[in-house]
Design a binder for this molecule. Structure first.
Ligand code: FES
Length: 246
């Protein structure tokens, strides 16, 4: 199949970028989107041009490293990660605008690569758990109610890819932060830091330049792991509770 890619090229954080057009005539519908970029990069290298910089690691939809905006949609037209998006999701002859995540909390480093270390700092500010971690404890030593275990597991599937931020018109990181808070605050092991965790994570989220949530739901529509909007409700509830207790 033939595709025309208009890829955001930006040499560094402090220089202007622009969309550069590339034609790919020999793409296979079975290729992943990242394999398409590999093929294009191979050609660029052979022609003596600078290859397109993009993030990736596992290419299995589990690490959260990859992520580009394709025709205005984070991770493209399917609800999956960019590495798990295949070209059969497009039509022969399509023109695809490929851009990095656009958010003030994610400054562009180069081409399609953005700095997502703000997510690390949010987790770092509130992710500490004082429960001893030695060898695996006896399974029934700490009873975890089934609803709490299910909620925690559902939220633990967040891979921190940043699509929620990229999709949100406010550049909000509340879906990401809410997944971490709902995951850790729900389990008994995370209870000792329940209040400091949510207060510190929200404070860091704000300080990193992410916007607030106005319930547009774009984050949920683009989340490859299906983190629900209800997690933001949990975050707000935990935040209000902790604020009042403080
Ligand atoms: Fe790991 Fe896409 S490269 S989720």
């Amino acid at each position: 199949m033939k595709l025309t890619l208009r890829v955001w090229r930006q040499a560094g954080p402090d220089v202007a970028g622009t969309l550069v057009e590339y034609a790919v005539d020999d793409a296979s519908p079975d290729m992943s989107f990242l394999e398409l970029l590999d093929v294009l990069n191979q050609r660029l290298i052979e022609e003596g041009e600078e290859p397109i910089a993009f993030d990736h690691d596992c290419r299995e939809g589990i690490c959260g490293s990859c992520g580009v905006v394709i025709n205005g949609r984070a991770h493209g037209p399917e609800r999956t990660t960019t590495c798990q998006l295949h070209l059969r999701s497009f039509r022969d002859g399509d023109v695809l605008d490929v851009e990095p995540w656009r958010a003030s909390g994610f400054p562009v480093i180069k081409d399609l690569v953005v700095d997502r270390s703000a997510f690390d700092r949010i987790v770092q500010s509130g992710g500490y758990v004082t429960a001893p971690t030695g060898s695996a404890p006896e399974a029934h030593a700490t009873p975890v109610p089934k609803p709490a275990a299910d909620l925690a597991f559902d939220n633990a599937t967040c891979i921190g890819c940043g699509a929620c931020v990229a999709a949100c018109p406010n550049g909000s990181a509340m879906l990401f932060t809410s997944a971490k808070v709902a995951h850790l605050n729900t389990l008994p092991q995370g209870r000792p830091e329940r209040e400091t965790r949510v207060l510190d994570m929200v404070e860091t989220m704000d300080a990193e330049g992410f916007g607030g949530c106005t319930n547009t739901g774009e984050c949920v529509a683009s989340c490859p792991k299906g983190i629900p909007l209800a997690s933001i409700t949990t975050l707000n509830r935990e935040f209000l509770r902790a604020s009042r207790r403080r």
